[in-house]
Design a protein around this ligand. Structure first.
Ligand code: ADP
Ligand code: MG
Length: 739
């Protein structure tokens, strides 16, 4: 339908008239619903299924390969491929796809059918299902269409995908067919990481190695492996798709570039944890059903702060799997939303004036006994270990705050960070008052007095008993300790979490290495527990700057952070500069998470994506102003002018003139801001150096974007509702409550 006020009204009517979609639940042969535990992961083929379907030898060979991180022997690969094929075909799967994570930030897939031609005899051909070990293990998509950030010259433009056996294979079901997806890494001819998964896997291994060295030194002599764990809380908006169809900005950019805030936004604070609208609940149940079949342990669903904003959180998992699962979750949310006639907006800032969307990354580490290293324990040793790992993490964030900020930089996230709704663009750590007290006590070298229950004896010192059940929270902190894990809250809702997590892991791994070396020195002079305590004390002192418990949204904090010398990087271009600072990124190289070449390539890709994303926004905004806002204003002025000619009484004519003047002013403002904006955009398009263009955009074009938007939003307020073609915020955001 052509965008018009009529179309807008029909979109609204259809949005509120939509009937809830019934979903097919899993039932037994008698039509009775079966519990989730019985079908959870039924569309996946991971280690559990392999143990069942493979011979003992093949399975053991796979385990050995996984442990050693080596290449799979050919026979094992063939055995697995054959089991995978049998399982897939029995489930009606026709195609397979290497599923990978190019540096575009999303996922990519290329589908191939299982069919193959067999020559029965020289004149007769037969089609059979075939899937070989090498098809499972390696693929070669056309790498030239994916960004490499200059790492590949054209003559070696090859890119390869290779199966990551630690992440389960999964089947994506669509109405007319099923595809087997094989989680893979994507790398170049010389082994360069062309994706986001390889650095993540390297970082996980790096943490394990350096944490084990450290733990052995503090007394955990039998530790073999340290696992990093991740639980991702995903925020999103859900809106009727008819609105999106009428808004070129949502279609093109995933966010609204114009729109006057609705009278009722989130000020009543009644949406958070409020009753979930039934249409949305149907969607959630459907999405969760899909995710359960895909083995994603989604646990929590609730409304978020803004109208039509929601959150989903799974139970935490091993880092690599949790990261894959978040990508899968984003895919499922988008796909299932469409099935329900809605669009899932994952953008960090789809609507001005209401909350944006983030993605809290709950991060921790555990040893091979399954003990959480960031969880205070029952014994003096466990508590000492807890404090030591806490100190290591503080050191990691303190030394690499700027790179952690750069790891979450994107044009979308720029709207959140520092915008009084999300953690600020300044990285700091919140620990809570009890831990603050403990660290302050340690710093002073004091021994506490108190009752026995509150105090634990560390052998060398007495500190308050650390209990994870304390509850103070600080929503404004970008990196907060929440009892037994840290929560990196500044991550944007669209981002592949593999990026910030690989950098956080690298920072922690580097910090473990440094602490190990320092502890070795201290051990020359002191007994073990005393040496550990001394190290903790030193680190507590050194990292004091990064700890902040106050209001991260306040202006005082900005002043204070500046005084403390913490990096304040407000925009993506500011943050990306850090990747060019050799000293700042050295820890990524030292921990083997990224080579210098890979870091440089990521910087180039980020610059390019910044420029391209904003160019699309700018061109879309010009279109909106030109073909929607201005024509609506013209019609309105024509109407008002006609009426003005009919005015009889002088006083009415006078008041009416004011109305004409207001319209005239706004019209003039839109026209002149648009002219200026177009000139700036054209000028920026002529800058061929991407870096220079990025700076031009952030410094000159973006402020003009803001001015043009303000003028257009004023127009929305004074143009007759029946002349306004773009669905309004109140319609888009509140329709769900009527459906
Ligand atoms: P919040 O208190 O932030 O609302 P929850 O306590 O429900 O949230 O936990 C948020 C997320 O943290 C969940 O995904 C949960 O599984 C995850 N989480 C809990 N423990 C750990 C851990 N040890 N490591 C990583 N993530 C964890
Ligand atoms: Mg949280």
């Amino acid at each position: 339908m052509k965008p018009s006020a009529n179309a807008r009204h029909s979109a609204f009517t259809s949005a509120i008239d939509t009937k809830a979609q019934n979903i097919v639940q899993m039932t037994d042969q008698f039509g009775k619903e079966i519990p989730v535990s019985e079908y959870f992961g039924c569309q996946t083929f991971g280690l559990a299924q392999m143990r069942e379907k493979l011979t003992k030898d093949a399975y053991n060979s796979l385990l050995k390969t996984l442990d050693a991180g080596k290449k799979l022997p050919k026979e094992t690969a063939e055995a697995i491929a054959s089991a995978v094929k049998e399982w897939s075909v029995s489930k009606g799967v026709t195609h397979f796809s290497h599923w990978f994570q190019p540096m575009t930030g999303s996922t990519a897939e290329k589908h191939d059918a299982f069919i193959s031609i067999q020559h029965a005899n020289h004149s007769e051909l037969r089609v059979i299902e075939r899937f070989t070990g090498s098809q499972l293990i390696q693929g070669e998509p056309d790498a030239s269409s994916f960004p490499s950030g200059g790492m590949r010259s054209t003559f070696e433009a090859r890119g390869y995908t290779a199966w990551d056996p630690s992440s389960p294979l999964f089947i994506i079901e669509e109405t007319n067919g099923k595809t087997l997806c094989i989680p893979t890494v994507f790398f170049g001819y010389h082994g360069q990481a062309l994706d986001n998964k390889i650095p993540l896997m390297r970082s996980v291994e790096s943490v394990s190695n350096s944490a084990c060295d450290f733990l052995k030194l503090i007394g955990d002599v039998d530790v073999k492996k340290v696992q990093t764990t991740l639980g991702v809380e995903q925020e999103y908006f859900l809106i009727d798709k008819n609105f999106v169809a009428l808004r070129p900005d949502l279609m093109m950019t995933g966010r609204t570039l114009l729109g006057s805030p609705a009278a009722r936004g989130q000020q009543l604070e009644d949406h958070y944890f409020g009753a979930i609208p039934s249409r949305v609940k149907h969607f959630m149940q459907d999405a969760e059903f899909e995710l359960y079949k895909l083995g994603v342990p989604v646990k929590t669903r609730h409304n978020e702060v803004a109208p039509s904003q929601f959150e989903l959180a799974p139970i935490f998992e091993d880092m690599n799997i949790a990261s894959d699962h978040n990508l899968l979750t984003m895919d499922v949310l988008k796909r299932i939303a469409l099935k329900h006639g809605m669009v899932c907006l994952l953008h960090e800032k789809p609507f001005a004036g209401v909350n944006g969307s983030g993605k809290h990354n709950n991060w921790s580490m555990s040893n091979d006994k399954g003990e959480n290293l960031l969880e205070p324990g029952n014994t003096p040793h466990q508590n000492l270990r807890f404090l030591a790992c806490l100190a290591v993490t503080l050191k990691a964030v303190h030394s690499n705050a700027a790179v952690l900020r750069a790891a979450i930089a994107s044009p979308g996230n720029d709207h959140r960070l520092g915008a009084n709704e999300a953690p600020p663009a300044i990285i700091s750590v919140f620990l809570g008052s009890l831990l603050e007290d403990i660290l302050n006590t340690i710093e002073k070298g004091n021994t506490l007095k108190g009752t026995d229950q509150q105090i634990i004896d560390l052998g060398v010192n007495k500190i308050p008993n650390v209990s994870k059940d304390y509850t103070d929270r600080n929503r404004t902190s970008p990196f907060a300790f929440t009892g037994n894990k840290f929560e990196f809250r500044a991550v944007g809702s669209t981002q592949n979490v593999a990026v910030p997590m690989s950098i956080l892991n690298a920072a922690v791994s580097a910090s473990f290495k440094e602490c190990t070396n320092r502890l070795k020195e201290l051990l020359k002079k002191k007994k073990r527990d005393e040496a550990v305590m001394e190290l903790i004390k030193q680190i507590v002192k050194e990292t004091k700057n990064i700890r902040f418990s106050g209001n991260g949204y306040s202006d005082e904090w900005k002043t204070e952070a500046k005084k403390r010398g913490l990096p304040i990087l407000n925009t993506t271009p500011d943050a990306l500069e850090v990747f060019k600072d050799k000293k700042a990124v050295q820890f990524l190289v030292d921990t083997n998470v990224l080579t210098s070449e890979e870091i440089a390539s990521r910087y180039h890709i980020a610059v390019e994506r910044y420029v391209k994303t904003l160019e699309i926004e700018h061109l879309s905004l010009i279109e909106l102003a030109q073909s929607y806002v201005i024509p609506a204003l013209e019609k309105q002025i024509l109407n008002v002018g006609t009426v003005h000619g009919l005015m009889v009484s002088k006083s009415t004519a006078k008041s009416h003139e004011n109305r004409m003047n207001t319209l005239d002013q706004v019209f003039g403002k839109v026209l002149s801001e648009l002219e200026k904006f177009e000139t700036l955009v054209e000028k920026s398009q002529k800058i061929h150096d991407e870096e220079k263009r990025m700076w031009d955009i952030v410094e000159t074009v973006q402020p003009a974007t803001f001015k043009l938007r303000v003028a257009c939003d004023e127009a929305e307020k004074i143009v007759a509702d029946e002349l306004w073609p773009l669905p309004k915020y109140r319609e888009i955001l509140l329709a769900n409550t009527l459906a």
